[in-house]
Design a protein around this ligand. Structure first.
Ligand SMILES: NC(=O)c1ccc[n+]([C@@H]2O[C@H](COP(=O)([O-])OP(=O)(O)OC[C@H]3O[C@@H](n4cnc5c(N)ncnc54)[C@H](OP(=O)(O)O)[C@@H]3O)[C@@H](O)[C@H]2O)c1
Length: 211
């Protein structure tokens, strides 16, 4: 994993930030990370899963059926869909403390089936739709075990990151968010969530994205 900036931030934080390694495609690392966090605290108020992949050195979003590749499909589903599910599996006990707790996974508007007007991007779209179903299903289980828990998907907007970089040409400048703008908006959306939001997906303005 990269994350050099995060490690620098940890060094400057005087113990306020602890970086724990975790690869969402490697369950043992998720289990170890949850144990490590569990040594620090018995309760989490907020858990955000940001891991996501759209393209890699050997694959990119498919423009047509002929581009569909099983290895890329597996990789994208492993990170985008199975990742949040395994994170929920190993961390959910830390959200079951009887008070408000939020588990948010960064999703994407293109994961909305009803909003799909352009087609293409098979692996990414389908993996984010699967992620949203997992969000809903986890929310139902947690509503029984931890009624104060709120499980949501969040669309961060189109944000200037490595993930969106190859596709920014068609995005008007005023619609491309900086990472700081997106993170600030998402945190304010999270602050406003109540248990009525659980199982649903919202964009960075707090507007619900239909399934
Ligand atoms: N940027 C956008 O316009 C946009 C739009 C809609 C949705 N999203 C979603 O927002 C989320 C963040 O994307 P981003 O734009 O910040 O992309 P990014 O710059 O490519 O960052 C991706 C993040 O995912 C992490 N990651 C990838 N594979 C992982 C794995 N196997 N285990 C653990 N972490 C892993 C990376 O960690 P390392 O750096 O350590 O590898 C990095 O922190 C994703 O879920 C993406 O689908 C982004």
């Amino acid at each position: 994993m990269g994350s050099e900036a995060l490690v620098e931030l940890e060094k400057a934080s005087r113990g306020r930030l602890a970086v724990v390694e975790l690869d969402v495609t490697d369950e043992a690392t998720i289990e170890r990370a949850a144990e490590r966090v569990g040594e620090e605290t018995r309760r989490l108020d907020l858990l955000i899963n940001v891991a996501g992949v759209l393209h890699g050195p050997s694959f990119g979003p498919e423009k047509k059926l002929a581009h569909v590749d099983p290895d890329a499909l597996r990789r994208v589903f492993e990170v985008n869909a199975f990742g949040p599910l395994l994170v929920a599996k190993h961390f959910h006990h830390l959200l079951r403390h009887g008070e408000r707790a939020v588990f948010a996974s960064l999703s994407a508007r293109v994961g909305s089936i009803s909003d799909n007007r352009l087609g293409g991007w098979y692996a990414y779209r389908a993996s984010k739709a699967a992620q949203n179903m997992i969000t809903k299903t986890v929310s139902i289980e947690l509503s029984r075990l931890a009624p104060q828990a709120i499980v949501v998907g969040l669309h961060p907007g189109t944000v200037d990151t490595d993930l969106s970089q190859p596709f920014q040409r068609n995005v008007p400048d005023d619609q491309l968010l900086t990472t700081q703008e997106s993170a600030a908006s998402l945190l304010s959306v999270i602050d406003g969530l109540t248990t009525a939001a659980t199982g649903r997906v919202f964009d960075f303005r707090g507007k619900e994205i239909p399934p």
